[in-house]
Write a protein that binds this ligand. Structure first.
Ligand code: GTP
Ligand code: MG
Length: 148
């Protein structure tokens, strides 16, 4: 099944929104495979956001992400990469629909609470980067109440 990497950023952790993010994915029916709090290094974050290295906001982004611990998680389920991004909302919270995490809890793009992988390929790369020890893999009997 498809997997994605979702991460609560330092502002989301400090604001006590970790449970809120987990709860939304849990209630939706996605399956939690991995979860941990970590204070990543600068090099680790520069690797994670490597595609944005040339952007003017890159140094600011890395400093933001270094400002405290993050909580990373791996979720699995049907089309979880795309659906996860819909649940997070647009990159700029002011453009995010109400009902999305950013649309409900954030205002500025540089403090937008959460990260979600943007493709199946980047999801697998990010899972390998953040969970080199691996994640759980299990079957759930409740899947029969979620999937037709
Ligand atoms: P992530 O899920 O965190 O990867 O966000 P995204 O995929 O919606 O956007 P993108 O990958 O393009 O940018 C990564 C992160 O950089 C964003 O979530 C923002 O926190 C930050 N960012 C993006 N654009 C800007 C910008 O114009 N200014 C600032 N200050 N930060 C930005
Ligand atoms: Mg992105």
């Amino acid at each position: 099944t498809e997997r994605t990497y979702i991460m609560v950023k330092p502002d989301g952790v400090e604001r006590g929104l970790v449970g809120e993010v987990i709860s939304r994915f849990e209630k939706r029916g996605f399956k939690l495979l991995g979860l941990k709090a970590v204070q990543p290094s600068r090099a680790h974050l520069e690797e994670h956001y490597g595609d944005l290295k040339t952007k003017a906001f890159f140094p600011k982004l890395v400093d933001y992400m270094l400002s405290g611990p993050v909580v990373g998680m791996v979720w699995a389920g049907k089309e979880v990469v795309k659906t996860g991004r819909v649940m997070l909302g647009a990159t700029n919270p002011l453009a995010s629909a109400p009902g999305t995490i950013r649309g409900d809890y954030a205002i500025d793009v540089g403090k937008n609470i959460c990260h979600g992988s943007d493709s199946v390929e980047s999801a697998e790369k990010e899972i390998a980067l953040w969970f080199p020890e691996g994640v759980c893999n299990y079957s759930r009997s409740i899947d029969k109440l979620i999937y037709e």
